[in-house]
Structure formats: structure tokens, C-alpha cells
Design a protein around this ligand. Sequence first.
Ligand code: COA
Ligand code: AMP
Length: 636
Amino acid sequence: MTNAARFREIYERSLKDPAGFWGDAAKAIDWVSPPKTVFDPSIGVYGRWFPDAKVNTCFNAVDRHAITAPERTAIIYDSPITGAQRKVSYGEFREEVATLAAVLQDFGVTKGDRVIIYMPMIPEALFAMLACARIGAIHSVVFGGFAARELATRLDDCQPKLILAASCGIEPGRVVHYKPLIDEAIDMADHKPDAVLVLQRPQEAAKLQAGRDYDWSALVADAKAAGKQAPCVPMAATDPLYILYTSGTTGKPKGVVRDNGGHLVAMAWTMGAIYGVGPGDVFWSASDIGWVVGHSYIVYAPLILGATTIIYEGKPVGTPDAGAFWRVISEHGATALFTAPTALRAIRKEDPDAVELGKYRLNGFRALFLAGERADPDTVKWAEEKLGVPVIDHWWQTETGWAIAGNPFGMGMLPVKHGSPTVAMPGYDVRIVDEGGHPVPPGKMGSIVVKLPMPPSCLPTLWNAEDRFRDSYLTTYPGFYSTSDAGYIDEDGYLYIMGRTDDIINVAGHRLSTGAMEEVLSGHPAVAECAVIGAKDALKGEQPCGFVVLKSGISTPPEQVEKELVARVRDQIGPVAAFKLAMVVKRLPKTRSGKILRGTMKKIADSDSFNMPATIDDPMVLDEIKVALQGKGLAK
Ligand code: COA
Ligand code: AMP
């Protein structure tokens, strides 16, 4: 039987007999009480997985391996940016997590409470996540590249009892002072956490506020001396494990909820079936724990399977050179790497002939996985040629937690088609529909939707926002989950993801809302109206580009306003927005009914051809936009 025929059988079974398929996958998990029902369509918004089961995620990711293989390495921390390295065995991991969990309990944290984690890529960030999972607290990790205002929004939305933080993050050439950001966020937010536990890193000792801030290491040392350890708390499989905020179409991010049971089953299954990784293998996902890729494939999936995960605090280039990724794979014996195409583009730009690669032996390295943005065929081909292993694009979203489409490396690879993340994965009934929700023929572009129910691990709802969940995902195409991505399926069933249908852009694999940036720009006192688009960028995929019209009578020079706007987005959203292009224009192109023609502006910025919109109010405005863009080196 060919790989394709075997995969088709597996895939079809997953859709025809989901209870059998996921019931079998559930055997990889140690349940407190195993599921009698695999899926109940009558509960929740579209049904719930494993509704009668009880389980603890931390037990599955830590304790069970600490019992069977205490000496096995759970975490390899490699930080070229600080020069530090550390290995943590499953035995030590259990001890650290159980102790920190006891510390959290001393602060009154209990099942269902929320805890915000604001930390860089260090092992303690994983201790924090797993300590929450252990006692049933719901963690919400906030990426270190976000500004105080973003943190404040999350504080108010999930109302955490505690914040777990480090004193600083480290970016090339600068220390990111976390503590002042946290203080500012708490000042801004209506909700005040009871306490902030701060891990003082050697690079920076943060100032602690008496009565609210505590020294993490001192608390852990005291708890160890007192022999305090918290046991794993049994959770309903449907209880939330974490909330991860992601960009929506407004400035308010969406709190994607992940449950315990479905997530455990999907993580364990994908690690073997999609990535071909088994217990004891070293797996490296070069993302950040602040993103979904980090949650799923730095933290949960490798640990649930008993593999070794690499925590890398560095960049693909500049820490110290374009060979950094190859060094880490070689030094730690990684079997697979998962990264964003932008990272490869950065490496290729600096080292097009892969001279650095020649310095390392990548003996056990079996595959490179890419996601987070479209993998351009050029970059994929370069990596295939230089690495000599399969390079696998796969497509997914924060909402799903794992690949909607991919190439099932662990089950036997399907032929690669460059530009396509291959085929729908088991559990996902993916369709392409037109605006009226009617299926379109192969090869024709449309909206990508998934027939309900979604498979295990996919979001059951948004945190405290069930109506928003329905409105954002389920009402446009009744009976289907709307991905907000557009694309097509070819005659062979291969999917092609061509872009978003909403105002989300993708910058260096980071998902950003142009709507949120527009809110920040229009808050500037000189701005009358504005539009933000994602312009094509050779390195980061897209870069945000803001156009503003000033209020009449503003005497501040336009260059000054532009500088203030760039600083404003950095201050209010964060450096991760990579907002560097603001331009003052006289007018914005609009339809006669007043709708801003963002799509046409993007085409001009990207030097793509376009048809003059029939409803445009004044075509001359497009020339003005082009001149403004040319002034910034775009729109050739
Ligand atoms: N904490 C604080 N700031 C951060 C940060 C963090 N954890 N991560 C990134 N930033 C900052 C960067 O320092 C940069 O700031 P600057 O404007 O002062 O230079 C800004 O946010 C933009 O970051 P990014 O877009 O990631 O670019 P970069 O300069 O850090 O890295 C590449 C450039 C080429 C290396 C980048 O494309 C890359 O590989 N990014 C990571 C891709 C990734 O992992 N995506 C996750 C999805 S899988
Ligand atoms: P995030 O929720 O941050 O993971 O971002 C999800 C979005 O990133 C998707 O909706 C896509 O628009 C984009 N994306 C992720 N992976 C891919 C991929 N392999 N190909 C094309 N787009 C992708």
C-alpha cells in the first residue's frame, strides 16, 4: 500500500468514526478516570471531547516520565544570548514543578484561578506553566515583545490571581526590562493581581514592591527546605488548561481557551503521527512560549510524549552567526526542527551558500517543519537542497493548537508540492466555499472552512466571550468553523493557503491585527483618519505600513508626526509589531460610500497590478499613495 492510500484510510476513518479514532488515540494518555464517551455533540457550543473523563496534564507531561525514566533529559536550555546552558532531567523537572506548584498554593491559587506568565525562554517558564497545570490553575502566557498596554488588556480580561515573571528578557543589544512593564500594566488595568513572583535573572535585579512582589527563588528555596510539594489535581477533561490571547479584528485580543483532555490526546497523537518523534528523541521548536507553536511543540507535545525539548534563547542570525540553528541541532542531537520560514530567510540572506552548515554534523536530523506563515517555494527549495532532509510546511492557527493541514511525516510522507502545506490532517473536514457558503470546484479560490465538530484540542470557546466565539468563527458559515484564511484545494486534495480574509497580517510569523494598529494611530491627537496595511517584505513576509491624514490646522511637521506614530505603536502594542513605516498623506482612497480601499493600497505597495475599483471616489488619490510609498522605498 502506498503512503497516500494508507493515509487516506486513516483520514477517512477519522471523519467517519471520530469516536473510534480519537478513542484509540486517547490510550496514549494516563487518565485519572478514562473517557466512556469520546465526543458529546450536545454540550458546549459545538460539542465537547472526553466530557466524562478526569485527567491531569502535568502528570502526563512530567510525573509519569519522572517515574519511568527519571534520568532522561526533559529540557535542554541553550542560550547563546547569555552563554548559559542547562539540562533538566524528568526527575528534577518533577521536583521543580511540584515545589513551585506548592508555592502557588501558598498564595491561595487553586483550581480554575488564572495566572499570567510573562517570561523569556528559560526553563523556569516551563516550570511555571506546568506548575499551573498541576494544580488546575489556568495559565495565560504573554509574549515578552508586547508592551504594557497589551499586558493590561489581558490582566483585565482573564483577571489573574498572580503574575509569574522574570526580571528581564534579553534581545540582541538590549535588556528588556520586564518589571517596569508589569508595574505600568498593573497601574493601567482595573484588575489588580494579588502578587507578582519575580525570578531575578543575573542580568538584572528588578526592584520589588513590598507587599506585592516576591522573590521567586527565595520562595522556592523556602518551600524546598520545608519539603513542600503539591500533588497533581484531577481535572475534568473539559476544564481549561490555558488561555492564549491572539490578535482579532479589534484592539481587544481573543482569549483562545484550550481544554485538558482533548489537548492531551491531540498533542500525543501529533507528536508521533505528524512529526515522527518518540519518547527520548530530542525535538526542537525554535519559537517562543508566548505563541501557540511554543505552547504545543516547545512545551506540551514533546513532554507529554516523554521526549526532550530544547529551550532556545537566541535568534537564527546574530547569536552569534547564521550557523546558530545548525550548531544547536548538532550539539544536542535534535531529530527535527520546527521554525518559521522567516527564520530560514534570515539565515539564507546572511549565508546563501550555507557555509556555516558545513561546520556541523547533523547526524540524527530527520526533518524540518515550517509554519506560522506561507512557506515560499524558493526558501523551501533552498532548505531542501542544503539540508538534504524533508522540509515540511504545515498550516495551523492558535485556535486549533495543531496542524489543520500538513504532511504526515510520522505516518509516511506524501509527495511534496511546493507552495502547499499538503493535505487536511485527520479530524479536519476542510472545504473551500464562496461568499454564500457554497462549495467551489478544485483550483478555485474561496474561504477555507472546517466542518464542525472541530477535532480534539481546538478551542471550545473564547474566554468569557461565547458570543464573540460564535460571531467570529461560526455564524458566517453555519455548521462550519471559519478559518479566516483564503485558498484553494487542487485536484489531488492539496491545500494552498493564500492569505487572510480579515485584517490580520503576518509579520515574521507573528500574527498582528492592523485594526489594533489603526486604533493606536487614530489615538494620536494630530490624526484625523488612518489605514494600516501589510506590505510585502522579503524577510518578514509582511511589514505593517500606516497611512494617516492629519486634522486640519496641525502645524507639526509630518516627519515629526510620523516618528511619534512609530514610537506610539511600539509603546502601546510593543516592538513585536515591527511598525516602522508611517506616512502622512493628504487623503485616503475611498469608495463613494466612504470605505477605505486597503486592498488596492496593498497592491500599490507590493507593486502588483490591480484593476481600478469601479466604485472609487477619486482615482487621483491612488497616485498620491504611490508617491508616498515611493518616498519610503516601496511601490517601485
Ligand atoms: N521580547 C522583547 N522583544 C522582542 C521579543 C521578545 N521575546 N521578540 C522579539 N522582540 C523584538 C525584537 O527585538 C525586535 O525589536 P527591534 O525593533 O528593537 O529590533 C522586534 O520585536 C521585532 O521582532 P521580530 O519581528 O521577531 O524580528 P527580530 O529582529 O527579533 O528577528 C528574525 C528577525 C529574522 C530573526 C525574525 O524574522 C525571526 O526569526 N523571528 C522569529 C520567528 C518566530 O519564531 N515566529 C513565531 C511563529 S512560529
Ligand atoms: P497563529 O494563530 O499566530 O498561529 O497564526 C495563524 C495564521 O498564520 C493562519 O490563519 C495563517 O494565516 C497563517 N499561517 C500559519 N501557518 C501557515 C502556513 N503554513 N501557510 C500559510 N499561512 C500560515
